[in-house]
Design a protein around this ligand. Structure first.
Ligand code: SF4
Ligand code: SF4
Length: 100
């Protein structure tokens, strides 16, 4: 994919990745979960999307208090480009993307 990635023209594909919460993150508890391994994470819906996503606008509903991991995710960085390419290749929502 040669076109530059742009969050304004993306289905927030990165919001399907596992977001591990860090000390200092201040996320409403209803949006969080704990993995089988005991890691605190953002909860995801049955299709794999973070539950904090505003699905109508495909943007973060808690943008001002989003986790550190989300703040550090680089738009158009290698990981962004990889997951976007995978998403576009598969063509639709509902295809699980795994970070681990
Ligand atoms: S960071 Fe990348 S994957 Fe995430 S919304 Fe922006 S363009 Fe899409
Ligand atoms: S907290 Fe916001 S930016 Fe982070 S994965 Fe969830 S919807 Fe996306």
């Amino acid at each position: 994919m040669s076109e530059r990635a742009d969050c304004d023209r993306c289905d927030a594909v990165c919001c399907r990745l596992t977001v591990v919460l860090q000390p200092g993150d201040d996320v409403p508890e209803r949006f969080t979960d704990v993995t089988d391994a005991g890691l605190p994470v953002m909860a995801r819906d049955e299709e794999g999307w973070c539950v904090a996503i505003d699905s109508a606008r495909m943007c973060c509903s808690i943008y001002e208090s989003r986790p550190d991991v989300c703040r550090r995710f680089v738009m158009d960085g290698p990981y962004c480009r990889d997951i976007r390419a995978d998403y576009i290749e598969r063509g639709s929502r509902g295809i699980p993307l795994a970070m681990y």
